[in-house]
Design a protein around this ligand. Structure first.
Ligand SMILES: [Fe+2]
Length: 280
């Protein structure tokens, strides 16, 4: 069971955690969508997929990140930047790190692809998304991740993301603020940033805004949560501040959909940018 340690120093109305049972997932579709859009975290403990879980019973890869690679980024992604299609390459490469023999590698790759399909379908059903993701950036993190800065992810638009802890060790995260809280707390700084860009005629993308926000919030106070083995949590990490504190085996499912594939208009990134303007 996931453990949360609430930090009393956090004075804002911070991010909430909504616990849902896996068998109640689709009966609570509206609640989940609303919580996701509000910048909260949806937690499903002991999440199961139609695969043989024993496939993931290997030890995490015991290597440190090569110099120059951000500890928060994924080793396999860095190695495959130019390889397309990215997801297939990433899963295959991850499997290559685990197993020496092609047969084992293929079996693991197939299992990972099945998980990826399962979670894609879950998001499509929950959010009534149309077609296939415009980007599938799912990564398999079989290496140890140590303390990251507290940050918002830098994607353009909403990212449908789910994390699944596959390790015997808990995945530890810091969390507390979402974009709304950050906009309210740093209203002055963010408006100055926007005004400066407007004066210079520079376009502000969601990605450039988040990059700026990350400098502001990196040392903020956080609550701490320990996700247990097979916990799956869903949130829009473009809007939910987060920090990996530790963990060593995890699937990070990541899907971007275009605006026209998302029937719920507020789920697309444009509203995130517009929100800040309402605070001016
Ligand atoms: Fe992140």
């Amino acid at each position: 069971m996931a453990k949360v340690c609430w930090n009393k120093k956090l004075k804002v109305n911070s991010v909430k955690i909504l616990k849902i049972k896996q068998n109640g997932l689709y009966n609570n579709k509206r609640l989940i969508v609303n919580q996701f859009l509000a910048g909260n975290i949806i937690l499903i403990e002991d999440f199961k997929m139609p695969i043989n879980l024993e496939e993931f019973n290997f030890s995490p890869i015991n290597i440190s990140m090569p110099k120059g690679i951000n500890p928060g980024s994924n080793l396999f992604r860095e190695y495959n930047k130019k390889t397309k299609p990215i997801t297939k390459a990433l899963t295959q490469n991850a499997a290559n790190f685990i197993y020496k023999y092609p047969e084992q590698r293929d079996r693991l790759t197939k299992t990972m692809m099945k998980c990826d399909d399962f979670v894609t379908d879950m998001f499509k059903t929950l959010f009534s998304l149309e077609g296939t993701p415009s980007l599938n950036g799912t990564t398999w993190r079989f290496t140890k991740t140590t303390k990251q800065n507290y940050h918002l992810d830098i994607y353009t638009g909403s990212a449908f993301r789910a994390f699944w802890n596959l390790s015997d060790k808990p995945r530890k995260w810091g969390f507390g603020y979402n974009a709304k809280h950050i906009f309210e707390k740093y209203n002055l700084e963010l408006n100055t940033f926007i005004k400066d860009k407007e004066i210079s005629g520079e376009k502000i993308s969601q990605a450039s805004l988040n990059a700026y926000i990350n400098q502001l919030i990196s040392d903020e106070e956080t609550h701490k949560i320990e996700f247990d083995k097979y916990d799956l949590w869903i949130c829009d990490t473009v809007k939910v501040g987060h920090q990996i504190i530790s963990g060593d085996k995890l699937a990070a499912f990541t899907y971007l959909f275009k605006k026209e594939q998302i029937p719920i208009p507020i789920a697309n990134g444009m509203n995130y940018m517009n929100y800040i303007k309402t605070l001016r």
